[in-house]
Design a protein around this ligand. Structure first.
Ligand SMILES: [Zn+2]
Length: 238
């Protein structure tokens, strides 16, 4: 889908509608909500630093945080350990930082508080929702950091990078999707004009679709469509 949008949809839109900005509206499926491998996602990190097989696994882009001096600091999520440096058997070992290292570097966490009680601050509190300050566990605390909060999905990254707009329809409200107007008008024509055989449907489907949205004209405005759209907006307002 990424490839289709990048290679076909956006270039085609820009050719057909130069100087225009497209609004991509998608339903919130897990496919549309997928993240790029470079994305900052809290579940990409263990509590402790994790040893990697090679430098090729260092794919998550650096993040940022606001230091105690009020300055914005860049934070890399990987560390390199060099064993026997300069010698024949020199070895380079890469680690992905864990939640503990990431938060400690940001000056965050209840590590000392727990340690004083002889306990260890566990990675996850086990609750689906964090407490109001996001201090219940390292997982929720990092999730609330600005660089993690503002992480876009792969499709949103792609669309907004190209200067276009991106939004998701409300969850569980497929009736708000404009394409449903097109399908419903097509089905109305199909019911009226087909002989209820699969063969006839196969032969005529393209023609039904074209009746609703003619190639050289704007889509047909049927009363049904306008009423349906009105009803949906009334529903959203409620
Ligand atoms: Zn929590």
């Amino acid at each position: 889908m990424r490839e289709q949008i990048e290679d076909d949809v956006i270039p085609l839109f820009e050719r057909l509608h130069p100087e225009c900005q497209a609004l991509f509206l998608l339903d919130p499926s897990s496919n549309h909500n997928a993240y790029a491998p470079s994305a900052k996602r809290v579940n990409s990190f263990n509590l402790k630093d994790t040893r990697l097989d090679s430098v090729n696994q260092c794919v998550i882009l650096p993040g940022y945080y606001i230091g105690t001096d009020g300055e914005r600091k860049i934070q890399n999520f990987y560390t390199l350990e060099i064993k026997n440096e300069g010698k024949k058997n020199e070895r380079r070992i890469w680690y992905r930082k864990g939640l503990e290292t990431i938060l400690k570097e940001r000056g965050l966490g209840k590590w000392d508080e727990y340690k004083a009680q002889g306990k260890y601050w566990k990675a996850k509190c086990g609750n689906k929702e964090p407490n109001s300050e996001y201090t219940c566990c390292p997982y929720h605390m990092l999730e609330n950091q600005p660089d993690f909060r503002t992480q876009k999905t792969a499709l949103e990254e792609l669309v907004t990078k190209s200067g276009h707009l991106y939004a998701l329809y409300p969850k569980y409200h497929c009736e708000t999707n404009w394409i449903e107007r097109y399908w419903s008008a097509t089905k109305r024509i199909a019911r009226r004009e087909c002989d209820y055989s699969f063969k006839a449907l196969q032969e005529n489907l393209d023609g039904f679709l074209d009746q609703v949205s003619p190639e050289e004209a704007t889509p047909v405005e049927s009363d049904d469509i306008i009423i349906a759209v009105g009803a949906i907006f009334a529903h959203i307002m409620i």
